[in-house]
Design a protein around this ligand. Structure first.
Ligand code: PLP
Length: 238
């Protein structure tokens, strides 16, 4: 077994442990392996350990990897999630190549993704990104804006709204992490009540450094990079 495969086993058992500790059912939290900057060989190792969902942040790099695996390893059935910022001039590549997008934060992007989604693919599964800088209430996050964007997405034919995503401020104390995640979880419950006809079941929150708190607060998808693939090298990135 390679070290990447050992890391996946370890994270998987940490997720199971966290689920158990807070009385959540088995398999209620999915693992998204964040493979940005990592080569296809590393992704292949993870996939051979049974990992199916991968997250990418950069449009060109992500699109290249999607193409590589659909050409060389279609049997793996990998599921690709876009988790980086989306510029409108690159939205087409996102719409054409990914199954999920976690970072929808404005109407213009939502409309473009729906228009550009190829008709022969399933609707794009989308999350609204909520920027929580520590305490949601202090960061000026406006619930109405989120609900307005959700309202729009619910009318777009080629998008399916699945929930919320956040990247909270990088704080190390557990109580602050838990507070920020809990606010997002409450917002997601409100959203689900407001849009009962949508399948709002996803909370994408928790990374290598704050996964436990995210799971306790109700995360359904943790996004883990470093703890699986090791530290990232950005020297070749603009
Ligand atoms: C890079 C990244 C991650 C993974 O972070 P790690 O700390 O390496 O686990 C998760 N989510 C987003 C949006 C990222 O950009």
């Amino acid at each position: 077994m390679t070290s990447i495969q050992q890391n996946i086993e370890q994270i998987t058992s940490q997720i199971e442990g966290a689920q158990q500790k807070c009385g959540r059912g088995r398999d209620t939290v999915q693992l998204l392996a964040v493979s940005k900057t990592k080569p296809v060989e590393a992704i292949l190792e993870a996939a051979q350990a049974g990992q199916v969902r991968f997250g990418e942040n950069y449009v060109q790099e992500g699109t290249d990897k999607v193409a590589y695996f659909s050409q060389h390893h279609p049997e793996l059935g990998l599921e690709w999630h876009f988790i980086g910022p989306i510029q409108s001039n690159k939205s087409r590549h996102v719409a054409e190549n990914f199954a999920w997008v976690h970072t929808v934060d404005r109407a213009k992007i939502a409309k473009r993704l729906s228009e550009q989604r190829p008709q022969d693919l399933q609707p794009l599964q989308v999350l609204i990104q909520v920027n929580t800088s520590g305490e949601l209430s202090k960061s000026g996050i406006n619930e109405n804006e989120i609900f307005e964007l959700a309202e729009l997405i619910s009318t777009l034919p080629n998008l399916t709204l699945r929930g919320l995503m956040s990247i909270p401020a990088n704080v190390s104390d557990y109580a602050s992490q838990l507070a920020a995640f809990t606010q997002l979880a409450e917002l997601k419950e409100k959203l689900a009540e407001r849009f009962p006809e949508q399948n709002i079941d996803t909370l994408s929150m928790g990374m290598s450094g704050d996964m436990q708190a995210a799971i306790e607060a109700g995360s359904t998808m943790v996004r883990i990079g470093t703890a699986i693939f090791g530290a990232r090298d950005y020297t070749n990135k603009a």
